[in-house]
Design a protein around this ligand. Structure first.
Ligand code: HSE
Length: 346
């Protein structure tokens, strides 16, 4: 089937997916049977366009790159402008909503309302926005199930690196007893640069300039971003109904250059680790800096790269590493969600 997509949000990640669809559309159809057209784009800052027959995605990308707005998208019969996100979600002819608005991890809004509106109008949602998954996983999963639609969010943990789908599909049958990972690129970048002698402030500034950090980097350096991700992993992989408040959390902002140099001279490295461990019937999760032996598989992860180890009772520990952010990498995470909806697979 040809999927009709509505993009709610058209920042870096939304544009990343749009570029992939423009460049790879035909190949995707030939090789994996995935066919789609974008019927709507709505963005708080850039405006909104909706054409039930499909919009010219290359043109939309071009006008946004040149003018920063969708207002210059050419007129055509059937084109509707300025529908807001909720109207687009409820009333457009899209079958799948790509939710890529900014992440507000305190309230999860407006993305939680976007998911509810989509499910209640019989539409699938794919998203890379952590808020709704970390804060409203059970409510939204139930609502999607009740309405017989799909809710996919691979990009919420480690962007296009399959930290969610790989354990759910390929490691199925194991009991996963512990998950431990470097789930925040900004802090790993800072710690790596501090090992090279850069100050905390200078390393954070570089991470911000390279686009790794959240709009408010407090979320990265105090461990909150990693905490949302371990809550998502606990709920989806370990099936533990853990909330953000139940996860003890400490960041890296108190680590000094001296702490890092001392560790290095002893063959150790500081890493911000997020852990979720089965203890009896419970899962206990935490985020905090840990000093690892240089030989530990997670100690060798440098720069903004992320990594995660799944301790499995049958296959043994499996470690996956890769990008944890990036517009094309996160655009890919949305694409693989869309492809798996088409394949009717998880
Ligand atoms: N700020 C996040 C990080 C981006 O540094 O990993 C991806 O969630």
């Amino acid at each position: 089937m040809s999927h009709k997509l509505a993009l709610i949000g058209f920042g870096g990640v939304g544009q990343g997916l749009a570029e992939i669809l423009c460049e790879r559309g035909e190949k995707l159809y030939k090789e994996v049977g995935f066919d789609s057209k974008v019927v709507a784009i709505t963005d708080m800052m850039k405006g909104a366009i909706y054409d039930p027959k499909g919009i010219d995605l290359e043109k939309a990308l071009q006008v946004v790159k040149e003018t920063g707005s969708l207002d210059g998208y050419p007129e055509s019969p059937g084109l509707i402008r300025n529908w807001d996100s909720l109207k687009t979600i409820s009333e457009s002819n899209a079958d799948t909503i790509v939710e890529v608005t900014f992440t507000d991890v305190k309230t999860g809004q407006p993305a939680i309302d976007h998911c509810k509106a989509a499910f209640e109008s019989g539409k699938n949602v794919v998203m890379s926005n952590k808020g709704p998954v970390a804060l409203a996983f059970h409510e939204l999963s139930e609502l999607a199930k009740k309405n017989n639609v799909r809710w996919e969010f691979e990009g919420t943990v480690m962007s296009g690196t399959p930290a969610l789908r790989m354990p759910i599909t390929t490691l199925a049958g194991n009991e996963i007893t512990e998950i431990c990972g470097i789930l925040n690129g900004t802090t790993n970048y800072i710690l790596t640069k501090m090992e090279d002698g850069l100050s905390y402030e200078a390393a954070l500034k570089e991470a911000q300039e390279l686009g790794y950090a959240e709009a408010d980097p407090t979320s990265d350096v105090e461990g909150y971003d990693a905490r949302y991700k371990i809550v998502i992993l606990s709920n989806t992989i370990m099936k533990a109904p853990l909330t953000v408040e139940q996860v003890k959390c400490e960041g890296i902002s108190h680590l000094t250059l001296d702490d890092i140099k001392r560790a290095k001279s002893e063959g150790m490295r500081w890493k911000l680790l997020a852990r979720a461990k089965k203890v009896g019937e419970e899962v206990i999760a935490s985020v905090g800096p840990e000093c690892l032996q240089e030989t530990d598989s997670l100690a060798s992860i440098q720069g903004a790269t992320n990594a995660i180890t799944f301790d499995c009772d049958l296959s043994g520990p499996i470690t996956l590493s890769g990008a944890g952010a990036g517009r094309i990498e996160t655009g890919f995470s949305l694409l693989i969600d869309l492809i798996n909806i088409e394949r009717k697979q998880l």
